[in-house]
Design a protein around this ligand. Structure first.
Ligand SMILES: Cc1ncc(COP(=O)(O)O)c(C=O)c1O
Length: 523
C-alpha cells in the first residue's frame, strides 16, 4: 500500500472544512510520509466513527473541483444504510439481514478481511460470493484503475475497435488454450444468455439440457436453465425446449441427448448452490464424450468455480474436460468492475456473427468497457504474480485436512468436501435423542434453518462471515479469498469448533438463537 506515499498530501482536500457533519478524530496526514500505513478516523452525522484510507487512495485526483466529493458523502451518510434500503431498494432484504444480524456497517475491506464501524475485524469467508478471489481492494487493481482514470482514454465509443477488450480476450484464450474467442458482457447471467443463444444459433437446434438443482442466474434465459423451483416461482412461463436432467448421471443425459435436437448441455462443473456437489470422477469426461457424439455444445458455467477458486484456473481442468463454451464472471472482476466473458470456439463465433449484416447480432452496450477490461487484466496479473492458483490449492488442502477431525468429533457434521477454497460442510441428523428432536423440529419449520442459525454466532461471536450454500440447505459454504493465510484458517477453525460445541448442547444458547430465528422465519 505504500505506492502513493511520496505524493504531497493536502489535508483540506479530503476533509473540506465546510463539512457540517464530519469531524476528524485522529491521525496526522503528514505522518504518512514516514512510510507507515496511515488511516484516519472520521465521524458521520449519525455519530459513527469510521477508519478510512488517507490520501493513498489511488483514485484521488487532486486537480478536480470540489463540487462533488463522494467520499465525504459516504462518510456523512454512513449508518443510514438500512434506512435507505428499506425505503428505496428492498425492505424484505433489510429485514432478513437484520434477522440474522448481518446488517453490519462495514467501512473497510482489504484482502480477506472486513472492518466494521467500530473497528472490529472480520474474516470474510464468502468473498462476495466468490467475486473477491484476489482479495478485496487489491492495490494492483486499484492502481491500474486509477492509472486509466487519470487519462482521457477512449471508452465505450461503440463504433470503433477498442484495444483493451482485445488484450483481455487474448489473455483469457491463453489460459483456456482449446478455445479461441471471447464475447464480453457485464454479469454472469448475461454470459449465460449469450452462451445459450450462441449454442442455438450455431447448431440450429432448439433443445437445452441443464442439471437439477443448478444455478445459472436469474434473467429469463439463465432462469430457464436454473433447476431450483424457488427461483422460478412467480416468474413462469420460461424459455421453451429446456429440460432438467439429474446431475452426475451420464445415462440419464444420454437418453435425453439421444432424443435429438439438443443444442447444448449447460452445467456447473461443481454445483455450488446445490450444496457444493462435486461429481464423481468419470461424469464430466463422459458428458463431454456424449456431447461430442450427439453434436451438442457443452457449456460450462464457471462463473462461480472459475478464476482459480478450486485450485486450477477452471474447475474443468480437474477432469481434463474441454467444454465448447466457458462462462466466466465474478473473480474476473477483481471485485471492482462488473465483467463477464463467454470464451468459445471460433466456429461458434463465426456461426453467430456470420455475415456483415449480422456482425452485431448479439451485443451489449457496456461489454468490453475500459474499467471492466482493466479489472480483468489486473486480476489476471495478480493471479500470476502472487501465484494464487497454486496457493489456493495448498491452502484449500490445509483447510480441508484441518476440518476433517471436526467431522469425526461432532455428530452434527455429516460431511466435509471441497476443491481448492470452495468448501462445504454438510450438517446431518444427530443420533443422540435430545439433539435429534431439536434438529427434526427445526427442519420441519424450514430445512435451511439450522445452517442459517449456525452462521449467526460465527459472525456475532467470532467475526467470521459465512453463508449457507443455497436455499433450504444443510450445507455451510466456506470460500475465503485466495490470499487467505494460515492464521486466518486457524481463526476459522477455532470459531467453527466453538460454535459446533455449542450446537451439541441442548438446551443451550445456540438452540435459543435457532428458536428465535425459527419464530421469526414463520412470520
Ligand atoms: C454458477 C453461477 N452462474 C451464474 C450466476 C449469475 O451471475 P450474476 O448474478 O452475475 O448474473 C451465478 C451467480 O451467483 C452463479 O453462481
Amino acid at each position: 500500500m505504500g505506492f502513493l506515499l511520496d505524493i504531497p498530501l493536502h489535508f483540506s482536500y479530503i476533509f473540506p472544512t465546510e463539512s457540517k457533519y464530519l469531524s476528524f478524530k485522529g491521525g496526522n496526514p503528514a505522518d504518512s510520509r514516514d512510510g507507515t500505513d496511515r488511516r484516519f478516523v472520521a465521524e458521520s452525522r449519525d455519530g459513527i466513527e469510521m477508519e478510512m484510507d488517507d490520501f493513498q487512495s489511488p483514485g484521488r485526483d487532486r486537480s478536480s473541483p470540489l463540487g462533488f466529493d463522494i467520499l465525504n458523502l459516504f462518510r456523512q451518510r454512513l449508518g443510514e444504510n438500512s434506512k435507505l434500503h428499506a425505503e428505496y431498494i428492498n425492505p424484505a432484504w433489510v429485514k432478513s439481514m437484520q434477522l440474522i444480524g448481518y446488517d453490519r456497517i462495514y467501512t473497510r475491506a482489504e484482502g480477506s478481511h472486513l472492518w466494521d464501524k467500530d473497528g472490529r475485524r472480520y474474516l470474510d469467508c464468502i468473498s462476495s460470493f466468490c467475486v473477491s478471489n484476489i482479495g478485496h481492494n487489491h492495490p494492483v487493481v486499484r492502481r491500474a484503475l486509477a492509472d486509466v482514470l487519470g487519462e482521457s482514454l477512449p471508452n465505450l465509443i461503440q463504433l470503433d475497435i477498442p484495444l483493451l477488450s482485445g488484450l483481455l480476450a487474448e489473455a483469457l484464450v491463453k489460459r483456456i488454450p482449446w478455445l479461441d474467442m471471447v464475447f464480453f458482457a457485464s454479469s454472469g447471467s448475461e454470459a449465460i444468455e449469450a452462451a445459450l443463444k450462441f449454442a442455438r444459433c450455431f447448431t440450429k437446434r432448439p433443445r437445452i439440457l441443464y442439471a437439477d438443482h443448478s444455478y445459472h442466474g436469474l434473467t429469463y434465459g439463465a432462469l430457464s436453465v436454473t433447476g431450483d423451483s424457488m427461483w422460478r416461482e412467480g416468474f413462469e412461463p420460461l424459455l421453451p425446449e429446456t429440460k432438467a436432467v439429474p446431475f452426475n448421471d451420464a445415462d440419464a443425459l444420454e437418453r435425453d441427448l439421444a432424443a435429438g435436437n439438443v443444442a447444448a448441455v449447460v452445467l456447473e462443473p461443481i454445483q455450488v448452490g446445490a450444496g457444493i456437489i462435486i461429481p464423481s470422477d468419470g461424469y464430466l469426461p463422459q458428458v463431454q464424450e456424449l456431447c461430442r457424439k450427439h453434436k451438442a455444445i457443452l457449456i460450462f458455467d464457471e462463473i462461480h468455480t472459475g478464476f482459480g477458486r478450486t485450485g486450477t484456473f477452471l474447475a474443468a481442468e480437474h477432469w481434463k474436460v474441454e467444454p465448447d463454451i466457458v462462462c466466466l464472471s465474478k473473480g474476473l472482476s477483481a471485485a471492482m468492475v462488473p465483467v463477464s466473458a463467454v470464451v468459445t470456439r471460433k466456429e461458434i463465433i463465426r456461426g453467430v456473427f456470420s455475415r456483415l449484416d449480422r456482425s452485431e447480432v448479439h451485443a451489449t452496450t457496456f461489454g468490453g468497457n475500459n474499467l471492466a477490461m482493466v479489472s480483468g487484466l489486473a486480476a489476471l496479473a495478480v493471479l500470476d504474480s502472487e501465484n494464487l492458483v497454486a496457493r489456493c490449492c495448498e491452502m484449500g488442502q490445509h483447510f480441508l485436512q484441518s476440518l476433517q477431525p471436526l467431522a469425526l468429533k461432532y455428530e452434527l457434521v455429516k460431511a466435509v468436501r471441497g476443491k481448492g477454497l470452495l468448501i462445504g460442510v454438510e450438517f446431518g441428523e444427530p443420533k443422540s435423542f435430545m439433539l435429534r428432536q431439536a434438529w427434526t423440529l427445526m427442519h420441519k419449520i424450514n430445512p435451511g434453518l439450522f445452517a442459517q442459525a449456525f452462521t449467526i454466532p460465527l459472525l456475532e461471536k467470532h467475526a467470521v462471515l459465512t453463508q449457507v450454500a443455497g436455499a433450504n440447505q444443510d450445507v455451510l459454504k466456506i470460500a475465503p479469498s485466495l490470499v487467505v493465510t494460515r492464521e486466518d484458517v486457524d481463526w476459522f477453525l477455532r470459531a467453527f469448533d466453538a460454535v459446533l460445541a455449542s450446537t451439541h448442547k441442548f438446551p443451550g444458547p445456540f438452540w435459543e438463537v435457532a428458536k428465535s430465528l425459527a419464530k421469526n422465519a414463520l412470520l
